[in-house]
Design a protein around this ligand. Sequence first.
Ligand SMILES: NC(=O)c1ccc[n+]([C@@H]2O[C@H](COP(=O)([O-])OP(=O)(O)OC[C@H]3O[C@@H](n4cnc5c(N)ncnc54)[C@H](O)[C@@H]3O)[C@@H](O)[C@H]2O)c1
Length: 332
Amino acid sequence: MSAGVDLAGARALVTGGAGTIGSHIVDQLVQAGAAEVVVLDNLVRGRVANLDRALAEGPGVVRLVEGDIRDVRTVHELTAGKDVVFHLAALRITQCAEEPRLALESLVDGTFTVLEAAVEHGVEKVVASSSASVYGLAEEFPTTERHHPYNNDTFYGAAKAFNEGMLRSFTAMYGLDYVALRYFNVYGPRMDVHGVYTEVLIRWMERIAAGRPPLILGDGKQTMDFVHVEDIARANLLAAQADVTDAVFNIAAGEETSLLQLAQRLLHVMDADLVPEHGEARKVNAVTRRLADITAARERLGWRPEIGLDEGLRGLVEWWRAEQAAVPAPTP
Ligand SMILES: NC(=O)c1ccc[n+]([C@@H]2O[C@H](COP(=O)([O-])OP(=O)(O)OC[C@H]3O[C@@H](n4cnc5c(N)ncnc54)[C@H](O)[C@@H]3O)[C@@H](O)[C@H]2O)c1
């Protein structure tokens, strides 16, 4: 039996679907001809506006339910009758460190509820969001999926690693089909502009727009492997469609970019003649290097990143400027 889901006419549940990545998955599900897309999001970080496009393009297809994956009854109600579940709802790494019990309840217990409901209601496949955080600071580069998870020391990474184990055990116990995707450094439109855990790129755009240099925490030699949010959403759809189960894949560009290079690229894209400044390094997630091997996703899912860093940054700046223009100026 094929583990691939035909998305045309499919009924999907997207947990965390009002967030950065989830809302792009919802857009692409509408474009793929899904019959029904239900978003379950408690809006702790996600925004209703992130679904504007999907609601406009897929009237009657997309429905937002403001609710929590910790609410067992809601999760079961919304999972009934679905062909596929995209599970994204989670707290960010920084919040997990600050509120580990809430993280346990949301990332671990909440994920258990999502998987339990998927099994009980005969969902064909779960596509789950994991993270490069499961590796911690890797010992080998480019890092393959076979790298061990014992260098991770974050609660977030521990929860994501446990979720991957939980998925495998549900396959062994109940025959659940799933694919888990380990995203590396995600960026793109709908990144959280207003939140406390705002990404470094947003802070830099704010500073550059105000004529101030971007502030790099640490020496800037730390590298990341940036992957655009639309490429990630496409990986999710391919993971659902592919005849692949019980597998995890790195989702990244497969290229490393230092923070200093990133700041310089952003300055270039924003036409700013400034020199980056340096500040004290972050305490959580002090991973100094990331570079993924993305061979497996290419070979087994037919996925490859399509949006290069410069193109992606240009789109991000454009989106961010439009967001700024939409915010009313403060009254004097
Ligand atoms: N952004 C990254 O760099 C990155 C990297 C690796 C993995 N991931 C994973 O990808 C997934 C999506 O991340 P994102 O960047 O879109 O984050 P996001 O914060 O924009 O989206 C997560 C969504 O989940 C919702 N949510 C949180 N707790 C919930 C709960 N208990 N019940 C219902 N909804 C809840 C939030 O409101 C938000 O809309 C997450 O699982 C995240 O861990 C993200």
